[in-house]
Design a protein around this ligand. Structure first.
Ligand SMILES: Cc1cc2nc3c(=O)[nH]c(=O)nc-3n(C[C@H](O)[C@H](O)[C@H](O)COP(=O)(O)OP(=O)(O)OC[C@H]3O[C@@H](n4cnc5c(N)ncnc54)[C@H](O)[C@@H]3O)c2cc1C
Length: 470
């Protein structure tokens, strides 16, 4: 089958328009800037003790802190964050809060068929409980229950949507959001919400401190060891914390547990944010329903409006840096940001006068099963979870409950799930990791250029349940 050009390539704008749209943008995370994220908590300077110590101040660590205090208000909880609360993935994501705990139905059904209905119900319950928390804890995180619109931008994608309960034909999808690229769509109204990612992190930190959690920023944990008493000692540069239990919520950063180091790889995802649209610009694209938006390609775009009517436009390129390092230098990738701007203008040619103000990137903690894996170490006193693979906004709230269940040592419906009990395959060490991941990316790109047809290599990975996604 001959390669064909994708819709984004066929409708590519004049490169001068791309350059102009990006010219005034800054390499800076809009959400962090908008939420005014700065250092709020002191670093750890004196050694201390706690019942529970949490390492990592992203959503997983913060939800663990909040749930722990809600379960047992008398327990002392310390949270140690290497930089500042929510600076990493939790403060820079798309803000799509999905009910799915399994990275979508197809992945969940194929990996855990016998648990799938329970997993779906738990995901729905988690989203409902999340919404209740937003109200009860007064989380000012711009929660919007607008649903998501999945759109076909290639002919071969249209049949994939036809059996969806909320199928929209070409005229209907374009009535929602006016783009000449949209050929069909489906609107899933109930299984997701949108949030302001950085505000959510800061609000969780506020609630945690109100519940009595002691948070320390600029307090990277450099060592973890079990003392003869059974307690676990965490070392930072200046002091230690000795605790009965520990939660490791360090995501894609170097794990403090050696055997977890090949379980996730960082995949960089790139994002643009426009200036606020004028009323006339907004009218030219419709979008009155303010849905989250995503296309159906292997290399897909996601997009949404902010509270002040900017458009966030992300996805497509998913870059694995050679050696699997997490480093700020990977965030500045002009060719990825230019590709994003080009695809944005192909989608919304009527917005050629809109300028991008922010461009950024973040590392996605990718696991081979596309969902988090869990475990206990150090005499069952240390619990860990990581590997949410680009869908952790909702899932981390659930995962925090799992970690506390595991540490409590009492079996629950959550801890008996195959998804929680089984450990996925690790990634191979370098240089095999780079070779395999880049071959997968190449194959996915090729599938997008061959009307979705997956090559032998991808079909082989599908068969053994191995994958690479963002
Ligand atoms: C660009 C982008 C877009 C995304 N879009 C979405 C989306 O729309 N919807 C969705 O569901 N998911 C999305 N995700 C994924 C989602 O953001 C993550 O799954 C989620 O934020 C993970 O939370 P976390 O707490 O596990 O990790 P993080 O937010 O990465 O937090 C981990 C924290 O641990 C700290 N840490 C690490 N090591 C140490 C140490 N030794 N000592 C102390 N602290 C340490 C780090 O400094 C960091 O703050 C996206 C991710 C990215 C990057």
């Amino acid at each position: 089958m001959a390669a064909h050009r994708t819709a984004y390539e066929r409708h590519a704008p004049d490169p001068r328009l791309v350059e102009r749209a990006l010219a005034g943008s800054e390499q800076s995370v809009f959400w962090l800037e908008d939420a005014g994220v700065s250092s709020l908590f002191p670093s750890l300077t004196a050694s201390t003790r706690a019942d529970l110590t949490i390492v990592g101040g992203g959503y997983l660590g913060l939800w663990s802190a909040v749930h722990a205090k809600r379960r047992d208000p008398g327990r002392s909880v310390v949270l140690l964050e290497a930089q500042t609360i929510g600076w990493a993935a939790s403060g820079r994501n798309g803000g799509f809060c999905e009910a799915s705990l399994t990275h979508g139905e197809a992945n969940g059904r194929s990996r855990w068929p016998e648990d799938f209905d329970v997993l779906e119900q738990m995901g729905t319950d988690n989203l409902a409980a999340f919404e209740a928390d937003v109200h009860d804890l007064d989380l000012a995180c711009e929660w919007e229950r607008t649903g998501t619109l999945s759109v076909a931008v290639e002919d071969h994608q249209v049949p994939w949507l036809r059996d969806e309960p909320h199928f929209l034909d070409r005229a209907q999808v374009r009535a929602e959001i006016h783009s000449p690229l949209f050929l069909a769509g489906s609107w899933e109204a109930s299984s997701n919400a949108l949030v302001h990612p950085a505000r959510l992190a800061l609000e969780l930190a506020r609630v945690a401190t109100e519940l009595g959690v002691e948070i320390h920023e600029h307090s990277a944990v450099t060592g973890l060891r079990r003392r003869s008493s059974g307690a676990v000692e965490l070392a930072t540069d200046r002091a230690t914390v000795t605790s009965g239990h520990v939660v490791l919520a360090t995501s894609v950063f170097r794990s403090l547990v050696r055997r977890n180091r090949l379980m996730t790889v960082p995949v960089y995802d790139y994002v643009l944010m426009t200036e606020p649209l004028s009323d006339a610009q907004l009218a030219s694209i419709g979008w009155a329903g303010r849905q989250g938006l995503g296309d159906l390609a292997n290399q897909f775009h996601y997009s949404r409006l902010s509270a002040d009517n900017r458009i966030l436009w992300g996805g497509y390129d998913a870059i694995y840096p050679v050696g699997g390092t997490v480093h700020v230098r990977h965030e500045d990738r002009p060719e990825s940001h230019a590709r994003l701007a080009s695809h944005f203008l192909a989608t919304f040619p009527q917005l050629e006068d809109v300028r991008f103000t922010h461009r950024w990137a973040g590392a996605i903690d990718t696991s081979t099963q596309f969902t988090a894996f869990y475990g206990l170490t150090h005499g069952d006193r240390v619990a860990h979870a990581a590997g949410f693979t680009g869908l952790g906004v909702g899932g981390t709230r659930f995962a925090a409950e799992v970690l506390l269940d595991l540490l409590a040592g009492v079996p629950t419906e959550r801890t008996s799930l195959g998804m929680v009990r089984s450990r996925p395959l690790p990634f191979p060490p370098e240089p095999l990791a780079s070779g395999g991941i880049n071959l997968t990316r190449w194959s996915l790109d090729r599938a997008d250029h061959r009307r979705g047809r997956r090559n032998l290599f991808l079909r082989g990975l599908d068969r053994v349940g191995l994958g690479f996604d963002s």
